[in-house]
Design a protein around this ligand. Structure first.
Ligand SMILES: *[C@@H]1O[C@H](CO)[C@@H](O)[C@H](O)[C@H]1NC(C)=O
Length: 445
């Protein structure tokens, strides 16, 4: 009697064990279902369901026995921080960052509903956030799931941050976090954050990004009759500037078109608005030349650019007082970190994390393109501002770049491959021990 109960118990143990393992890391359909669940939480700005996303992340953390904590720099905007404790807590830790919010959608322009996460016959998962960047956030977790089930134990501690509000500037998320006391206590040595999909077989790695400068130039001049030809009207003065800005824009764009520079390496300038005219209830007064005219430009500046000469250009050519023009910046993100150094992450031997990531990707049979500057902004710059190396990387090869577009998708095979890539990265990063100064000096000898 006792014996048979015992064997029944053993049988059940096996049964439960086998059920668990079939729903575990080695089961791709379960992995995809978890990805779909995360994508199905509507975290679109301006009303992201942040608490639902946080609950989901925490449920994953619990299933993996990871430490978790919720930080709320702004009420209603939780930041979830997970922790996988390493064997040597004195070594600087690894931070894997991702944001939980996504950009809004125009529902009717999607062929699959953007929060259903439908998979089509080709295995493409359609959802807002499938590329930007719920894929990455959950791939980190899945990679840890696999590493844990293989028995791997990290030497360095790994933190995973799931931050809010990246798509609206990151003030309530990565910015507050990176500048906080909590963050200092994590003793972070390197940050991995988002990159971009690659239409070819090479993954992309980003070591910097361009800083946005939002410039408004304003012209004032004597108003006059619409029939009169005279010099120095506000419109004429503004148009002169617009012509000059356009020529500069073309010269930068030509460098890209000629293949001499990548998109992230030039200064881009695009006109965001034009504001002029004397309004009437139905339009504008047509026989009057107005006394004021304004234009706004979105300028993006690589950290390697000569900002002094750009500023001179702005006050001498784009908005010169000699032409009765003024200017102001609505946003002027510095190209220097808090130590006064240009904000970029070294890609040479002075930064071991760069080569380690490259090596890890190659070990997992991934290919890499050459280091790039991100053309737009990500949260990575808040960490670089603190003087930390931060690498932008989203393992999506052979994938059209669809972030912020309609019908954003990621192929499930590519998603699964990305998990293996992160598995390799986390392994390399958490096992890395800096050579002691002793070893270095011996090598140098
Ligand atoms: C600047 O404004 C002054 C005063 O309205 C005017 O006399 C002058 O012609 C203007 N100059 C130009 C270049 O617009």
């Amino acid at each position: 009697m006792e014996v048979s109960l015992y064997s029944i118990a053993i049988f059940f143990c096996f049964f439960i064990f086998s059920v668990q393992s079939s729903t575990d890391s080695d089961n791709p359909s379960e992995i995809i279902i978890r990805f779909q669940q995360y994508l199905q939480i509507n975290t679109a700005q301006p009303n992201p369901k942040y608490y639902e996303a946080a609950d989901f992340i925490i449920s994953q953390a619990k299933s993996l026995n990871l430490g978790y904590e919720t930080l709320e720099y702004v009420k209603g905007k939780p930041l979830v921080l997970l922790k996988w404790t390493g064997k040597n807590q004195n070594l600087p830790s690894i931070l894997l960052n991702s944001h939980t919010d996504v950009v809004p959608v125009e529902h009717h322009k999607w062929k699959h509903s953007p929060f259903d996460a439908n998979v089509d016959q080709l295995g493409n998962i359609y959802a807002r956030g499938s590329q930007d960047m719920k894929c990455v956030g959950l791939q980190y977790i899945e990679a840890i799931r696999r590493l844990k089930s293989s028995g791997f134990e990290p030497i360095r501690t790994v933190y995973l941050s799931f931050v809010p509000d990246e798509e609206i500037g990151g003030l309530a998320g990565a910015q507050s976090f990176a500048e906080s006391e909590e963050f200092k206590k994590l003793n972070v040595g390197v940050v991995v954050d988002e990159g971009l999909a690659s239409p070819n077989e090479n993954y992309r790695m980003f070591y910097a990004e361009r800083s946005p400068w939002w410039l408004v130039i304003k012209a004032t001049g004597l108003p006059g009759h619409g029939a009169k030809l005279y010099d120095n009207s506000a419109m004429e003065n503004l148009l002169k500037s617009i012509e000059i800005v356009r020529r500069f824009r073309a010269s930068q764009f030509d460098l890209v078109k000629a293949g001499l520079k990548a998109e992230g390496e030039v200064i881009s300038v695009n006109m965001a608005f034009l504001k002029a005219g004397t309004p009437t209830p139905t339009g504008f007064v047509m026989n009057l030349q107005p006394s004021e005219a304004e234009a706004g430009f979105d300028i993006r500046i690589p950290p390697t650019a000569d900002t002094t000469s750009l500023e001179r250009r702005i006050y001498e050519e784009w908005a010169p007082s000699s032409r009765n023009m003024t200017f102001e910046f609505q946003e002027k993100t510095p190209v220097y970190d808090k130590f006064g150094k240009p904000v970029f992450t070294a890609t040479d031997s002075s930064n071991p994390w760069w080569a380690l990531l490259e090596g890890a990707v190659k070990k997992a049979n991934g290919k890499l393109g050459k280091p790039e500057i991100f053309a737009a902004s990500t949260d990575a710059h808040y960490f670089r501002d603190q003087g930390l190396p931060a690498i932008g990387f989203s393992p999506m090869a052979n994938t059209p770049i669809l972030l912020h577009e309609h019908n954003e998708f990621l192929n499930q095979a590519e998603y699964l491959k990305g998990i293996e890539i992160y598995e390799s990265i986390i392994k390399e990063y958490t096992s890395y021990i800096e050579p002691t100064s002793d070893a270095v000096s011996r090598e140098e000898l």
